[in-house]
Write a protein that binds this ligand. Structure first.
Ligand SMILES: [Zn+2]
Length: 324
């Protein structure tokens, strides 16, 4: 059985250091959230296509019912055109963060604006200035006779608030945040949303993000996210996924061990078969300074085996989840 069989399928595609999520709804409609990389590692364009053009997603279906580009950082969109340019693809609805002309990597913004077959496109904003905070429905994926399945946007272009400590740049803060509801399950996909956006979600959508089934941990598991225990305690997922490289390098150092640990402490995170997770952490090391032994902390790239339902794409490759 495949796409359209009443199940909800998700694939967090291994992009190296980047993001791409495929969603096949119970009624067969397909959505994509982001498609980019900043560091390939073992990922290749062919491997990405192999994930996209499967029977579960777009093999026999030249239509994206919904495309969401969370924000204009290249690792979230720069492969979109090359993945689809030889296909006769229809993009029915397209939502993006900030301005389309800022998506210059891989000529993606121009392609979407002038060349691709796009039905309707929308710049999406919902932030502290918005008068009414509502879940904006962007796709109905409900199968006939099945549980309701809908995709919503919760946040977009959230502006930084001076009272919130958020070291991230404004592009990340602006990320669109997507919620999928299927029967009693909820899935939250966070792009590179950071602390400011987490606070916006807590203030306005606490009931929608409480006790999630699946969480894409924001911003590749960086420390500008998930830093408030009130966010981690509220979302309290049974399954958590991080989109990140196996080794993002010592300029990014993603994901961070401290963030992974916060989710491992969650009381709803399910047990899972043993698997390796690669991460960066600060390790105290004894060094001699002017003849004296001192403890100094150094950033270290490391891995460990865990038996909890938290996966990093860079550890085991594309993460596939089926609900229903
Ligand atoms: Zn990113």
């Amino acid at each position: 059985m495949a796409r359209g069989d009443g199940r909800l399928r998700l694939a967090f595609v291994y992009m190296g250091q980047g993001d791409c999520i495929l969603v096949a709804c119970p009624n067969g409609k397909v959505a994509m959230i982001d498609c980019g990389t900043a560091r390939w590692e073992e990922a290749t364009l062919q491997k990405i296509k192999d994930s996209v053009f499967t029977a579960n997603f777009l093999q026999n279906y030249n239509k994206l019912d919904l495309l969401i580009l969370t924000h204009a950082d290249r690792d979230h969109y720069n492969q979109l055109k090359v993945v689809f340019k030889d296909r006769n693809l229809v993009i029915d609805k397209f939502y993006y963060g900030s301005q389309l002309n800022t998506y210059t990597g891989g000529c993606v913004g121009h392609w979407l604006d002038c060349e691709a077959n796009v039905g309707a496109s929308y710049s999406f904003t919902q932030n502290n200035d918005s008068q009414q905070k509502v879940k904006q429905e962007v796709l109905d994926g409900t199968a006939a006779g099945g549980d309701e399945c809908k995709i919503y946007l919760l946040a977009g272009n959230v502006a930084k608030v001076s009272s919130i400590l958020d070291g991230s740049d404004e592009k990340n803060t602006a990320s669109l945040v997507t919620l999928i509801k299927f029967g009693g399950s909820r899935v939250l996909l966070c792009g590179d949303a950071t602390r400011t956006t987490e606070s916006f979600l807590i203030a306005n959508f606490a009931d929608d993000i409480r006790n999630l089934h699946i969480l894409q941990i924001p911003h590749h598991g960086s420390e500008t996210t998930s830093s408030q225990s009130d966010f981690v305690n509220l979302v309290n997922p049974t399954t958590a996924v991080i989109s990140a490289a196996r080794n993002s390098g010592n300029s990014l150092m993603l994901p961070r061990a401290s963030v992974i640990q916060k989710y491992l402490n969650g009381n709803r995170l399910e047990d899972y078969q043993a698997h390796d997770i690669y991460f960066w952490e600060q390790v105290p090391t004894l060094v001699k300074i002017r003849g004296q032994n001192r403890l100094k902390k150094f950033w270290t790239y490391s891995s460990n085996t865990f038996q909890k339902n938290l996966a990093v794409t860079g550890g085991g490759g594309t993460v596939t989840i089926v609900l229903g």
